[in-house]
Design a protein around this ligand. Sequence first.
Ligand code: AMP
Ligand code: MG
Length: 653
Amino acid sequence: MPNAPVAKPRDSVDQDQFLTILSREEAVARFEAALFPGDVVSERRSLADALGYPLAADIVAPIDVPPFDRSNVDGFAVRSADLAGAGESAPVRVALNDEVIACGTAPLRPVTTGTATSIATGGPVPRGADAVIMVEHTQPAGRDAIEVRRAASPGQFVSYAGSDIARGEMLLRAGTMVGSREIGMLAACGIAEVSVARRPRVAVMSTGDELVQPGQPLRPAAIYDTNGAIVTAAVSENGGDAVFLGAIADDEQVLEAAMRQALAGCDMLVLSGGTSKGAGDVSHRIIARLGAPGIIAHGVALKPGKPLCLAVCDGKPVVILPGFPTSAMFTFHDMIVPILRRLAGLPPRADAQVTARVPVRIASELGRAEFVMVSLVQADGGLIAYPGGKGSGAITSFAQADGFLRIDALADQMPSGTEAAVTLFTPHVRVSDLVIVGSHCTGLDLVTAPLARDGLSVRSISVGSLGGLAAAKRGECDLAPIHLFDENTETYNTPFLAEGLELVPGWRRMQGIVFRAGDKRFEGLNAQEAVAAALADPACVMVNRNQGAGTRILIDRLLSPARPDGYWNQPKSHNAVAAAVGQHRADWGMTIAPVAHAAGLGFIPLAEEHYDFAVVTSRKHRPAVQAFLAALRSPESRAALAQAGFRPATAEN
Ligand code: AMP
Ligand code: MG
């Protein structure tokens, strides 16, 4: 499909900003034109050391395999014409030649009419013989002869020279990945060494003052370097020899020195971060000084991935991926992997596609080709593609997706119900045995653990209670975990059910005031007293919850008309509330006990929230649903839930 019209590049290139937003196709075409044709660098490797490398050149079979006509059975080499009349009632007697052809023994005597020679499996068929009969179909007849009671067809039990591999035939093509089977073929031909593509050395670097390597303690305001690890792994997955150089601070001089050093020792450089126009984003400016021709594309009409920067410096590709991990991964897989594979001598990656129905409308930005990660579930009417709704900063939207769909640059949405082509990340669709769509809770993992042990795969898609309920009504999942409070009836969940859904009680989650342990304003008080104390202190900052959350209703009731500082900070999850309090961005809020305890915070209980399951009745009979319901009731799960701070529901509540 065509992309949106794009601006033509200007004559003078100001490297400092996105002057020219190219379409994805145009950017790839220019990058390839600047890099190829370049030769794949090859090296000789012994068979054992060639494992996992792509062949650099076609390999033609130098010999026939087997090299001679070979017996497939233990028996006797014969002339089939001698046995034409043989049968159960008409045994034919043939004389034995004075020779036994063992494996590895070259025959000395021909088989002449009326004779046979004893031969072992793998032995060379002697001159004159054209078939082999199995020893089981013969009987000794004196010392020097046998009786045969079956006819033999010409060629019977003989593997002819070259029947497996013929000398001169194309054995393996360039680009074939050497695995154990390929090694077997090469060894059968006597080849001890092959020419394989040398893995391009790819330097991987992250940039940003905020980055900390996994394994190190996290400073305030810092995040873990995610791109470093994923790009390194993705380079290895696609034929590169990744050299991870760590995270470099946003310091132009330090970064330039590191980039120069990386390019001196490697064939390619992949950076992430620092490509937007934000303060401290310097990497793209440095590239302009690293070598000709420099920047090929900076800014691609692609979502995620707009700030991608592609360059070639003295023949070596230099890529700056966007900072957000999902954008970085997506652009890497979509645009860099094909080039890396080509440099690595690998064939293009085979992308499998399936068609799936999109159950909700997906809004999209006009003018950019947008790629949306989706999770696939099998519904009665076919595959359903759920968009991962967490945005470009979410690593899980990439990691938990099965594939992606594309929304054309000229479209501002993909309507609900669209049958979309989904490109898979794996060769096949992974269809889960149990599909859970709704609100996520850490308790859910405790209940599904035994299913996983029994080999049942569980797919859990977090879309919130209302999203889950809608999916359940459409029959797109087996069950929807929900915690919806109805203000009119003051009850949870039941009022929200629809026909075809039934409620299975889950567990209770104690909601209450969370504060930093030791805070004298709250310690030892009940919820009403704690809120009164908070309101009495003008310096006390709260963190609220989003409109529509059951917890929000409780907070509003406690506050009555008061709107203390922090009221408009309305995060959407229990964990975000605990994080705000733990990091001193707020002094109190309302969350559930297990989250407060896991964060090491103080907690004042107030009211229980009901976390239940809307089960799709028509799917209840499915083995995985039954297994889930059994697990939910099991003493083990109930004990695990209680241990984690939840209260498993009883029949009464
Ligand atoms: P930047 O392109 O440097 O402005 O980064 C955009 C966003 O991506 C910022 O929120 C960065 O903190 C984040 N980011 C950049 N590099 C990484 C990385 N290696 N791992 C995780 N997040 C990153
Ligand atoms: Mg940065």
